[in-house]
Design a protein around this ligand. Structure first.
Ligand code: HEC
Length: 157
């Protein structure tokens, strides 16, 4: 009797643990799978000393394009800037993509700890590898002050 209650408790606890939101595999990437159809390249293929020496291309989603290029208008909520990352030796970004890094704009003042952006790293299966990683935010904080940076972004397009 005691034994079966213990098993029941164990089953309940396990059930609760597996429902833990940290392990939720359903987090959606912040860009559509067919983003190529609507996103526009704003920085062509080149090496990035700051993104693990990968070669990269930067694309802006439809509502991010004007603010990213013009650097005057604020980014509207849900504007997306996407970075395709290619292998270190892939100098023209024609080989397979290794991963994406992505920033999605949040409402002004809603998330000062993350610069009012949501940050993701996404693999080829569109699995979100990390969200709001401190290293993204830490480094992009420094970009806001120099001439290269604009509103949390780091590249001069
Ligand atoms: C060591 C500094 C550094 C770190 C860490 C870093 N970035 Fe960046 N990021 C940059 C710089 C510099 C650029 C622009 C130049 C370039 O493309 O390399 C950039 C560009 C980007 C862009 C393209 C838009 C733009 O102009 O800023 C996105 C999106 C981005 N990073 C997301 C991320 C995410 C997500 C992470 C964490 C997983 C991250 N970054 C980590 C420095 C960094």
């Amino acid at each position: 009797m005691t034994r079966s209650i213990n098993l029941l408790t164990a089953a309940l606890v396990l059930g609760l643990l597996s429902g833990c939101p940290d392990e939720d595999p359903e987090i959606e990437p912040d860009f559509p799978a067919d983003y190529e159809a609507s996103y526009v390249e704003v920085r062509d293929c080149r090496g990035s000393g700051d993104h693990d020496l990968n070669n990269i291309r930067i694309l802006a989603g439809p509502t991010a394009l004007e603010p990213y290029q013009g650097r005057v208008e604020p980014f509207p909520v849900d504007a997306v800037v996407l970075k395709e990352e290619y292998d270190f030796g892939d100098f023209d970004c024609t080989g397979p993509i290794k991963q994406w890094t992505v920033m999605r704009r949040l409402p002004d003042g809603s998330a000062p700890d993350t610069l009012d952006w949501a940050w993701q790293r996404v693999d080829l299966e569109r699995k979100v590898l990390d969200e709001d990683a401190p290293r993204c935010i830490g480094c992009h904080t420094g970009c806001g002050v120099g001439p290269e940076g604009y509103d949390g972004t780091c590249a001069m397009p």
